[in-house]
Design a binder for this molecule. Structure first.
Ligand code: ATP
Ligand code: MG
Length: 486
């Protein structure tokens, strides 16, 4: 074991939030050993901004509770932990753990229950990567290094403690953690891990609960390096375990959405991991819609059923919580609405709770080369930047043009009169083309009552189908939650 001088590695107590220092100090004062451990120490050493700080101590959870009283709650079953509330911060305080006992592992060697308190040396050996096993005592200005982790930090190498195959068998989620840290820290994965990281090994992820896998997938999506981790997920065969039905391919749409997600995180914007699920599963959703259209199912019902099917299948791998599923379905449903809005609904649509996400999704589709958006991403983009007066004007204009279009669609006029397209709100921007441009086959556009929809919609429905004759009621869309019956 090496005791490193913290200041030599750029660490100082001044970098730390007062809450973690308060917890370490209170435990030390009560006679216990207490350290900061894990990602917080690692990130500080790498000059990154840790997202939080975890503490570890030789006090049992019950003893931690004695120290902090009502500010402390004991949580967890498999891992019993103390949560300490300091002001608005929550600090997780773990007790040193000893090696797991055989009796509480599954047939595959997975650890099931694990509240076996131990020494700091035992605790160290149980951690996953060397770089996650540095113990920092900020008052003493010392870092305890049991495994020359400092070399791995310098060499930017991800090294598992112990026998890699055994460590993956004990907890297959460590495979995901490997790829997450490799992408997040831009570290090399040590050869001895790469060697055993085989497709057979990734099969073990099937034994992990879909709830835990959803949590892990969220961490992958929100760590700020999604773009970098996606190819790793494919190369190491983890993608297939996480998103079984999604083709293992980073499409232009997925790539752009990942880049956009990373950029948002970088500038401190919030992101909803469900949004990325909506992106990943979009092609599967379209395929499933097609399946129902071919069977003659009414489009709205087909979309609703397709969404349920796709989400249900995904939930066998990662259980997406109900609220996130609703979000995904609404974003998908918004695509249909934003593509061909009724003039009288434009304003309400723009005020809908799911408008922003639906619009972002549409724009990403468009920017990644999806022609079926018909330039409506750009249309809505321009619309949002208009004053109220301008909006009223363009809606009125849109209304007139739509009405005209409907009339001319009935009377089959000559070629020169068929250009009844809605005027673009903005001039075409560089690199993007509105598919409603005159270059499109006008004769064809004229035959259809509606502007052409993406292949997922009404296009191949009989014009006499009841769904097309259904009387439309004007609704306040800001109140509507899209569901199967909408
Ligand atoms: P970050 O919080 O930046 O994602 P982290 O390393 O802090 O990274 P946590 O999940 O917060 O990750 O875990 C804290 C520490 O607990 C880790 O640094 C590691 O030492 C240990 N740990 C977490 N998960 C495992 C695991 N599955 N196996 C072994 N040790 C683990
Ligand atoms: Mg952490």
């Amino acid at each position: 074991m090496h005791t490193l001088r913290a200041s030599k590695y750029g660490l100082s107590i001044k970098q730390l939030p007062s809450s973690i220092v308060e917890v370490i100090d209170a435990l030390t004062k009560a006679g216990y050993d207490a350290y900061i451990v894990g990602g917080g120490v690692r990130d500080l050493m790498l000059g990154l901004h840790p997202k939080d700080f975890d503490a570890v101590t030789n006090a049992t959870p019950a003893q931690v509770k004695e120290v902090f009283g009502r500010r402390c709650r004991i949580i967890g079953r498999r891992f019993e932990l103390a949560h300490v509330y300091v002001g608005r911060d929550l600090i997780e305080v773990a007790t040193f753990r000893a090696p797991p006992k055989k009796a509480v592992t599954s047939a595959q060697g997975m650890i099931l229950r694990d509240n076996n308190w131990g020494t700091i040396e035992q605790d160290f050996a149980r951690r996953d990567f060397s770089i996650n096993a540095l113990y920092y005592q900020p008052r003493k200005g010392q870092v305890l290094d049991f495994c020359e982790a400092i070399h791995d930090i310098k060499k930017k190498t991800l090294r598992l403690l112990g026998e890699p195959a055994l460590r993956f068998e004990e907890d297959p989620v460590r495979m995901l953690r490997t790829l997450r840290f490799a992408a997040k820290l831009n570290f090399e994965i040590a050869d001895e891990i790469v060697d055993i990281f085989t497709p057979e090994m990734t099969q073990l992820l099937r034994d992990v609960s879909p709830h835990r896998l959803y949590d892990e997938s969220q961490k992958l999506f929100t760590m700020g390096h999604l773009q970098r981790v996606l190819p790793l997920l494919i190369d190491f065969g983890v993608w297939k375990q996480l998103f079984a039905e999604v083709r293992p391919q980073v499409t232009d749409f997925i790539e752009l959405a990942a880049k956009n997600t990373d950029q948002r995180i970088q500038i401190g914007k919030t992101i909803n991991p469900a949004f990325f699920y909506a992106v990943l599963l979009w092609d599967n959703f379209l395929e499933r819609c097609e399946y129902y259209y071919k069977k003659g199912v009414v489009p709205a019902e087909a979309r609703a059923q397709a969404a349920l099917d796709v989400l249900k299948r995904q939930s066998t791998r990662t259980v997406i919580p109900r609220f996130a599923e609703t979000f995904i379905r609404e974003v998908w449903e918004m695509q249909t609405r934003l593509l061909n809005p009724k003039p009288q609904q434009i304003q309400a649509l723009a005020g809908h709770a799911r408008f922003r996400a639906g619009f972002d999704f549409l724009l990403l589709r468009e920017k990644s080369g999806d022609r079926s958006t018909e330039g409506m991403g750009q249309w809505w983009d321009a619309y949002q930047n208009m004053t109220t007066d301008e909006k009223e004007k363009v809606i009125a204009q849109y209304n007139r043009q739509r009405a005209k279009k409907r009339r001319t669609a009935v009377v089959v006029a000559d070629e020169s009169e068929t250009h009844t397209e809605i005027t673009p709100l903005v001039e075409e921007r560089e690199g993007r083309r509105r598919s409603r441009s005159p270059s499109r086959n006008r004769g064809e556009a004229q035959q259809t009552k509606r502007p052409e929809r993406p292949d997922t919609t009404l296009s191949d429905l009989d014009q006499n189908h009841p769904i097309l004759k259904r009387k439309r009621v004007q609704r306040d869309l800001s109140q509507v939650i899209f569901g199967p019956t909408q």
